[in-house]
Design a protein around this ligand. Structure first.
Ligand code: ADP
Ligand code: MG
Length: 695
């Protein structure tokens, strides 16, 4: 329920003066449907207006002149601007319009009248002129601020119109109860929300537009806090869903013994986290974060065995056929030996193959199902599904995960969820994208890995690279060759990869596989499988190399135009080598022709040479890339914040996340006075039916 105090801000934007049928769609598109959305538009700049006269006009600055209108000079031929000559005591000021109707301008600037005109001063033929000036009547003088916010104008909607709308919205904005913790607020020395939003629309200079200006920080924090509250609420909703109590048993012990290695400390800690959740009677929602090769599968396998040991079924879902098969081939023998019947379910099964598997899952004889998207299809029924594990979770949609989870038995409660991701992301992003999940991180690599030697070379040395590669391949090594990601088009990516594969086939005289994004899935997987099984020694690929595919014999990774990839992406690509006993090499080739490598690019590639720690690399990448949307986060379900910048406001994000969990922990129903205020904040940032929606 929306608190009445917010009603004025949730009025339709068409109730603002000046929003007629023509402007309405434009305003809706720019800001959104509500008065609040106009209020939440931030200025993108300021103009500082200086009072000037014709004689002391300063070129290049924005001046305001009080002038008398002398005459309208209509152009004699097309292409010549409309001109109005005006004057003050000291000389002439020429006002210029390209396009526009003489009639309109004549009405705006009637001859003999006094007007205030403002704009950037130019000099042309030694005359003072202003192109497309703002024009005010003397009676409007108090509308003209010395410092005026500039809004991102669009076609048909000027900054000035938006400013007027923003001022109206501001006038409607009430004082709201304080939702921030008083001690925190005092420490930050922030003003009230009302003062902060007013300051947003009345900047006193450029400085006030910076992300660390106090008003901007306060608004950013409010927004982050509102978002984190929403995530914390979802988390609480999950936690109050009853779920099966799952404890390790004999099958778990037998699986642990069957593993050909002992768990790393990080794996043990993750297993403990998961076991704690599974035994709690509350529904688990946990993200297992771990770099490529950090050993997530073993952790997942133990959870599968635990579920079986407690009399429940479990499912492990992977995004591709090849990954699902790899999991099945590795895990099924161990699970079966531990007394856990396991089936593989993929889209490629024939009806005859599938029928007995489906029957075994439905009557509970099979305890674990490993598979692809096939797992969440309607035909698949479980007897007592207790746990769903999703590998490479970002490759699935929210709905797909939910469909698998929905296969639980209502009598035993919700299905526990373990999702796994090999994309190391900075903690701030983790909080934004997965705020409602609990996170375990595998920060330690299994022992026995030979570190990957990384070298950064100019593309000009490609001949030498090919010679070294030839020697290594002749020696029985396998290699990946990743082709440049060209921004222009997928077709040219493909052409580049095809040409490179042909070159290498000719020069190296070996079988060369080619995998790219435009290949049909099964065909690509066949190419990958040939490489994985050692039938082709060299695989040329665009970035589509399957995440998670484990080819321990591959020990060389060549990345062409490494400077065109993101650091995290390079790190992931590199993670495909260094998985076996062989010493591995990653060659980062940069630049084409004779263009050198910029400083940032150098620092970035240097980071990769220095460290193999995915989390460190992710933080560094995040830091180096600065603002904007460098990671393509918006496409990946990252919220489009209006005030907050996850990079510049990362400290605030962490604080807001703590604050949100604390508030809901202490006062789950928000009944205290602060709780009541927090409800107002939640309603203020209510994203429902909004183009800034979170999901
Ligand atoms: P990812 O986290 O990328 O899914 P995997 O689970 O595929 O990693 O593990 C990568 C490789 O490391 C596998 O070959 C696996 O058998 C091996 N491995 C996993 N855990 C350990 C460990 N504790 N000690 C030694 N090797 C391990
Ligand atoms: Mg994996």
């Amino acid at each position: 329920m929306r608190p009445p105090i917010l009603f004025p801000l949730f009025a339709d934007v068409s109730t603002l003066k000046g929003v007629g049928p023509k402007a309405l769609p434009l305003v809706q598109k720019l800001a959104g449907p509500l008065v609040r959305d106009v209020l939440f538009l931030s200025p993108s700049g300021v103009v500082v207006r200086r009072p000037m006269t014709a004689v002391n006009a300063v070129e290049g600055q924005v001046g305001i002149f009080e002038v008398m209108i002398d005459r309208l000079i209509l152009p004699g031929k097309p292409g010549v601007p409309i001109k109005v000559r005006a004057s003050d005591q000291t000389g002439f000021v020429h006002l210029i319009w390209f396009g526009g109707s003489g009639q309109h301008i004549d009405r705006l600037l009637p001859r003999g009248e006094t007007r205030l005109v403002s704009g950037k001063v130019e000099r042309f033929n030694n005359e003072v002129q202003i192109v497309h000036p703002d024009v005010f009547k003397p009676s409007e003088a108090d509308e003209i601020a010395a410092v005026e916010p500039v809004y991102p104008a669009t076609q048909g909607l000027t900054s000035r119109t938006i400013r007027k709308l923003a001022q109206q919205a501001l006038a409607l904005a009430p004082e709201l109860p304080e939702w921030q913790d008083p001690a925190w607020l005092a420490k930050q020395q922030w003003a009230s929300w009302r003062e902060a939003i007013a300051a947003l629309h009345t900047p006193t200079g450029e400085r006030d537009l910076e992300p660390d200006a106090p008003a901007r920080e306060r608004l950013a924090y409010d927004e982050l806090f509102a978002h984190q509250l929403a995530l914390a609420r979802r988390r609480r909703a999950r936690l109050i869903t009853p779920a099966p109590v799952i404890r390790p048993g004999e099958a778990s012990d037998r699986l642990l013994t069957a593993l050909p290695f002992t768990l790393t400390g990080a794996q043990q800690r993750a297993v403990e986290d998961i076991r704690h959740d599974l035994a709690s009677g509350e529904q688990m929602g946990r993200l297992l974060q771990g770099d490529v090769g950090s050993g997530k599968t073993a952790v997942a396998a133990l959870a599968l065995a635990d579920a079986a040991a407690s009399g429940f079924q479990a499912a492990l879902m992977a995004p591709t056929e090849i990954l699902a098969r790899q999991h099945y081939q590795r895990l099924a023998p161990m699970l079966e030996a531990a007394g856990v019947p396991t089936v593989l379910l993929t889209g490629r099964d024939s009806q005859a193959e599938r029928r007995p598997k489906l029957a075994a899952l439905a009557d509970g004889q099979a305890k674990v199902a490993i598979g692809t998207h096939a797992l969440f299809q309607d035909a698949v029924r479980f007897d007592r599904l207790g746990l769903a594990v999703i590998d490479e979770q970002h490759r699935f949609g929210v709905n797909e995960r939910a469909r698998l989870q929905a296969k639980g038995d209502p009598r035993t409660g919700g299905v526990h969820l373990l999702t796994m991701s090999a994309t190391p992301i900075p903690r701030t992003l983790e909080l934004t994208q997965y705020g409602e999940l609990d996170v375990s991180r595998l920060t330690e690599k299994p022992p026995g890995r030979t570190p990957v030697t990384t070298a950064v070379l100019p593309l000009a040395r490609i001949g030498e690279v090919a010679r070294r590669l030839k020697a290594a391949l002749d020696d029985g090594a396998q290699a990946y060759w990743i082709c440049p990601l060209v921004a222009e088009s997928e077709a040219s990516d493909l052409a580049a990869a095809e040409a490179r594969a042909a070159d290498l086939r000719r020069i190296l005289q070996v079988e060369v596989g080619l995998a790219h994004g435009q290949m049909p899935g099964p065909e690509r997987e066949a190419v990958m499988a040939d490489f994985a099984d050692g039938r082709t020694p060299l695989l040329v690929a665009t970035t589509v190399v399957e995440v998670g595919v484990d080819v321990p014999n591959a020990s060389i990774m060549v990345i062409e135009h490494a400077d065109r990839f993101g650091l995290a992406q390079l790190h992931q690509l590199r993670g495909r080598v260094g998985r076996g006993a062989k010493a591995s090499t990653c060659l980062l080739l940069y630049g084409g022709g004779d263009d050198g490598l910029g400083e940032t690019a150098k620092t970035r590639l240097e980071t990769l040479r220095r460290t193999e720690d995915g989390f460190e690399i992710a933080e560094e990448d995040f830091r180096l890339r600065g603002g904007g949307d460098p990671l393509g986060l918006k496409q990946s379900g990252f919220p489009a914040y209006r005030f907050a910048d996850p990079i510049r406001h990362r400290g605030l994000m962490l604080a807001a996340a703590d604050d949100a969990r604390l508030v809901l922990g202490r006062d789950p129903d928000l009944l205290s006075p602060r709780g009541e205020a927090v409800k107002v904040l939640e309603a203020l940032f209510d994203w429902r039916n909004d183009r800034f929606a979170l999901d």
